[in-house]
Design a protein around this ligand. Structure first.
Ligand SMILES: Nc1ncnc2c1ncn2[C@@H]1O[C@H](COP(=O)(O)OP(=O)(O)OP(=O)(O)O)[C@@H](O)[C@H]1O
Ligand SMILES: CC(C)(CO)[C@@H](O)C(=O)[O-]
Ligand code: BAL
Length: 399
């Protein structure tokens, strides 16, 4: 049976960010995945809009390419004590983003969606140049969800505006540094931003925190909506909001998944192609195996919780390796982590009062030998890093 997982909200980060639930009510993330059908939208490349104060065609949604136009729009709303929910994105919208928008519309008078592919969070070797940009399809997705929200009386607000700036607007002092030792005005949140994703992508959280500081300052939202899929990002940004006394609430929305196999929706999934897409779900299955060990109620030890996940990853890798290069799909495991929910530092034993974050990252390697006419995915199927996680909630149990 499916049920709607809880949104997690924090105004001030606390020692226990995830609510404690009695063990009798523990349900597995795997069994309760928020699911969606695979997106069939064709992704078209197009540049961001140039003109001021346009709307998305056939909708009242304003497109603000500049800070000035966003501020001019926002001023009377603030004077009228209207609340604003911000959904920051890098575009290439999918059902995961739409679920953040729905959550924001439920509890705010106005929803602002930002669409900006932030160069500062990409290393020079990463996929900034090929990151999927799908402006027309994004506008259509926003128009559709806004229509749906208008017809549904259960919402406080609708999609009021899109903030789609250019880099010159966001980085007025020049193109942001992408190297570890780059000079510039950056926000760094350490040590939480140095581990896991931060270890693999050393400038990533500096870029995310910097652009989010800018977005939060520009929009000055009442609430910001973030996806649990990028769990470490939620922890880093909650810490930033707390430590810089930013007057807003962060809300974390559960991960939206493919209805058939549970793969977390992600803009980068378009790079996978059919063959690698089938194997990519191994990360989610591995995390589910670890979650079962935790929910079995017998162990809080790292070793025993992570063993089934590592075994499944190893076994799937061996099965793929045994196939020929024209059939297989190889991957590298970046990490499988069991971490403290506040600091993202690894734990040996789960504190039952706090729970833990079970997370992983794998790199799907490019197909070695393509069959004639094989769909290799967007950009001819480069290596794709995929993330996923499950929150192991605090439970009352006798151990
Ligand atoms: N499947 C999902 N369910 C819920 N939220 C999601 C999902 N995927 C992304 N989000 C959230 O949407 C916001 C914008 O993310 P972003 O535009 O980077 O998309 P993405 O799918 O995470 O892209 P990428 O493939 O680059 O990681 C983030 O807060 C992210 O956590
Ligand atoms: C939060 C964010 C929009 C900042 O660029 C990005 O990291 C993302 O889309 O998750
Ligand atoms: N959603 C995370 C954005 C990134 O990987 O750059």
């Amino acid at each position: 049976m499916f049920f709607r997982p809880l949104l997690m909200r924090t105004q001030h980060a606390t020692a226990t960010p995830f609510p404690r639930i009695p063990s009798s009510q523990v349900r597995t993330a795997c069994g309760t995945a928020k699911t969606s059908s695979p997106s069939s939208s064709t992704r078209r490349k197009m540049s961001a809009p140039k003109n001021n104060n346009k709307t998305i065609p056939n909708s009242p949604i304003l497109v603000h390419p500049s800070i000035a136009s966003l501020h001019a729009w926002r001023r009377p709303l603030v004077e009228a004590h209207r609340t604003i929910g911000l959904v920051p994105t890098m575009g290439a919208l999918h059902a995961g983003h739409i679920s953040l928008i729905r959550a924001a519309a439920r509890e705010n008078h106005h929803v602002v969606v930002s669409i900006y592919v932030n160069p500062a969070q990409f290393a020079q070797t990463e996929d900034l140049d090929t990151y999927p940009t799908t402006w027309d399809a994004d506008c259509e997705a926003l128009r559709r969800v806004d229509r749906e929200l208008a017809d549904d009386g259960g919402n406080l607000g609708r999609v009021s505006a899109v903030f789609a700036p250019r880099t010159a607007e966001m980085y007025p002092s020049g193109f942001p540094g992408q190297e570890v030792h780059s000079k510039g005005s950056f926000v760094t949140i350490t040590p939480v931003g140095e581990v896991l994703e931060g270890a693999s992508r050393p400038t990533f959280f500096r870029g995310v925190a910097t652009v989010c500081m800018k977005l939060f300052n520009i929009v000055q939202p009442t609430r910001v909506y973030l996806g649990q899929k990028d769990v470490q990002q939620t922890v880093v940004l909650r810490r930033m909001v707390q430590d810089f006394m930013m007057p807003l609430e962060t809300v974390v929305v559960p991960t939206e998944r493919d209805a058939k196999d549970g793969l977390a929706l992600s803009s980068r999934n378009v790079y996978l192609g059919v063959r690698r897409r089938k194997v990519a779900v191994v990360l989610w299955n591995a995390l589910c195996a670890a979650e079962s060990a935790y929910n079995g109620g017998k162990t809080l030890s790292r070793e025993e919780i992570l063993r089934p996940a590592n075994q499944l990853l190893q076994q799937t890798f061996s099965e793929q390796k045994a196939l020929g290069p024209e059939d297989r799909s190889l991957f590298e495991v970046d990490y499988v982590s069991l971490a403290d929910p506040d600091t993202m530092q690894e734990v040996d034993v789960i504190d039952p009062a706090k729970g833990a974050v079970l997370s992983g990252a794998i790199k799907m390697l490019p197909v070695e030998k393509a069959a004639p006419g094989e769909d290799l995915g967007h950009g001819d199927g480069p290596a794709v890093r995929l993330l996923d996680n499950i929150i192991l909630r605090p439970v009352e149990r006798d151990v």
